[in-house]
Design a protein around this ligand. Structure first.
Ligand SMILES: *Cc1c(COP(=O)(O)O)cnc(C)c1O
Length: 385
């Protein structure tokens, strides 16, 4: 089966990991700050903190922005559940904003409309989590303008999007947001096994997230309320153990050296697909002019007349060795979220998109012959189903 995504681990990566295993520190050592500095430099952000996953990163990002009981977080339905769950971890409530049918990212029109209505009803969100779906940036200028106008904070869930650009800037520089979150899960652009990172330009948010990452404990003399001796530390808030290991950071750092190469490979392969599918009843990914996608995912959308056949086509692809997937089942339709009151029909664009979307394999080391197989089987599936 050709998977929809997979990691690329080279000898260099393995050597770097082994070097850490043989060193004095396998966690809380020097590789963490090295990896953080490298990612901060790469994205031109002031601060970066390595975290054990993007899910944990989203949690402490929300907490650092003060999200809590009675607050509201908005995100999109077309995302992984973690983008919404982070609100519930904080005791806040979740609501969704529908997607744009062209980019599959948050619809600015829907956002604006919902903000106007919520202002009248006095239930504005405290935090908005926008998701750069498949690695293509959301319309951050509009989001930033609305954030200022209505007074909410913005987290970019850039789990798909490290290495992608918005305007002239790499995603992660937080020019138009408070915090950006990356994931280094093995199917994402670069991997540390499990892992994530939070990016920010705000010293205060950086300080809070640093505390939250490690039990709320500090040894920083500037922050201690007193000093009882060399052993002394203070737990100042309730935090977690969301630390990344040095083993993981070594892998991530080694991978980062190849990120631009990876994204170039992804673009080349995406172009081959888009060309091959141009005459098929398939909608290929639209690329907005202000963006350069990291192409984490290549999603094909079946044209309307094939909507009823998605399941058959999907099964046909899998049976014939193409490891397709679907990103995403609208979060509000998950049983857990339905039980919170969400219903079919609440976010029609995300639901309609879901009925047509199939993620086909795309990763840097996919061979030409593997890609030709995928193209061939996709064509067959439309003829046979
Ligand atoms: C993968 C992913 C996450 C979660 O990342 P982990 O590092 O596995 O916790 C969150 N949001 C989106 C959009 C993702 O794709």
């Amino acid at each position: 089966m050709i998977p929809y995504g997979r990691q690329d681990i080279q000898d260099d990566d393995i050597e770097q990991v082994i070097a850490v295993l043989k060193s004095d520190f396998i966690t809380q050592g020097p590789m963490i700050p090295k990896f953080e500095k490298a990612v901060a430099n790469y994205c031109s952000a002031e601060f970066a903190l390595a975290i054990n996953s993007a899910t944990s990163a989203l949690h402490i990002a929300c907490l650092s922005l003060g999200l809590g009981d009675g607050d509201l977080l908005w995100t999109v339905p077309n995302t992984f559940v973690a983008s919404a769950n982070c609100a519930l971890y904080c005791g806040a409530r979740v609501d969704f904003v529908d997607i744009d049918p062209q980019t599959y990212n948050i619809s600015i029109a829907a956002l604006e409309e919902k903000l106007q209505l919520s202002k009248q009803q006095d239930c504005l969100p405290k935090v908005l989590v926008v998701v750069h779906f498949s690695g293509q940036s959301c319309d951050m200028l509009s989001i930033h303008r609305l954030a200022k106008q209505y007074g909410f904070s913005v987290i970019e869930d850039a789990s798909h999007a490290i290495g992608g650009y918005y305007l002239d800037n790499l995603i992660g520089g937080c020019q138009y947001s408070d915090i950006t979150v990356f994931s280094f899960h093995p199917v994402k652009i670069i991997t540390s096994g499990e892992g994530g990172m939070v990016m920010t330009n705000c010293p205060d948010l950086h300080g809070k997230m640093q505390l939250l990452r490690s039990h709320g404990i500090t040894r920083d003399e500037q922050l201690l309320t007193e000093n009882q001796g060399g052993w002394y530390y203070e737990q100042q808030i309730l935090g977690f153990n969301y630390r990344m290991t040095d083993i993981q950071a070594a892998l991530g750092l080694s991978q980062l050296a190849r990120i631009d190469e990876y994204i170039e490979q992804r673009h080349k392969k995406a172009q081959v697909y888009s060309q091959a599918f141009s005459n098929l009843p398939i909608i290929t990914p639209y690329q907005a002019p202000d963006t350069y996608s990291s192409y984490h995912l290549y999603v094909i959308r079946l044209e309307q007349q094939f909507t009823d056949k998605k399941r058959k086509i999907f099964d046909f692809l899998r049976i014939n060795g193409v490891g397709v997937n679907c990103h995403y089942i609208p979060v509000h339709l998950q049983p857990y979220y339905r039980q919170l009151g969400f219903r079919c029909g609440d976010f029609p664009q995300a639901e309609n998109y879901y009925k047509q979307a199939i993620t086909i394999p795309l990763y840097p080391t996919m061979t030409r012959s593997q890609q030709m197989t995928v193209i061939d089987v996709v064509q067959q599936s439309l003829n046979c189903c």
